[in-house]
Design a protein around this ligand. Sequence first.
Ligand code: ADE
Length: 240
Amino acid sequence: MTEASRQKPIGIIGAMTMEVKGLIARLEEDKTREIAGLVFHQGRLDGVDCVVAKCAPGKVNSAVCAQIMILEYSPRLVINLGVAGGVGVGIGDLVVASQCVQHDFDPTPLGDPLGCLSICRGEEEESFIQLHSDKQAAEVLLEEAKTIYGGAHLGVIATGDAFVADPAKSRWLNETFGAKAVEMEGASIAQACYMNRVPFAVLRAISDNANDESPADFPAFAKECADKSAQLLAKTIARL
Ligand code: ADE
C-alpha cells in the first residue's frame, strides 16, 4: 500500500443498528455528518481512520450509502459487515466473501444469464455475474477469524432484495451460484465499489439458515451474530 493510500480511511457499512452500533461506540474522535438521511461517523478505530455508516436494508439503500461514502470520504477499502442467512453453513458461523452476486437480477428473457450485470465504462459496457472481493482483505479476515473463532468460510455471498426463508430457495442459491450465505446488501455495495474502482470486502455472521425456521431464528441470534462480525472486524482493522 502506498503512503497516500494509507492516509485514506476504511469505510464500514452495516444495514442495521445492531451491526454498526458497537463499532461506532468504539470510534475515537467521532465526527458525524448526515447526507441523504444517512449518518456517516468518521473517527479512529484501533488507531485506524474509519468511516462507519448504517445504510438500512436492501440493495438501493446500500448502493447509495456506498456511493456517498466513496465520493465524500475516498475510502481505500469498503467493508460490509453484519448478519446473513446461511446456505449449507451453520448458525453462528462466519462467512467472508470471495465473490458477490445479485441473485435477483434477472435479464434471462433477453438471453443473458441470471445475475449478469451490465456496468458502464464510458461509452462501453462490461458484463459479469460475480464481483470479486479484495483478496488481501479476505485473507486477513480469514486469518483473524481462525485465531479468534477457530475459522470462517470463504465463498460466494448472494444478495437480493428479499429476506430468504425458504429451503428450496436456499438450495437453489447454492446450486445456481455456489452461494454459502444470502443477505441484502453485499453485492450492491460491491457494485458501487467496482464502478468507482474501490476494493471491497464482505464479512457476515450467520443468524439463520434461510429456511422456514428463519423467521424465529433471526431475532433469536441476530444480535449475537452481529456482535461477532463487528468484534472480528475491530480486531482485524489494524491489519487491513
Ligand atoms: N440477513 C440475515 N438473514 C437473512 C436471510 N435469511 N435472507 C436475507 N438476508 C438475511
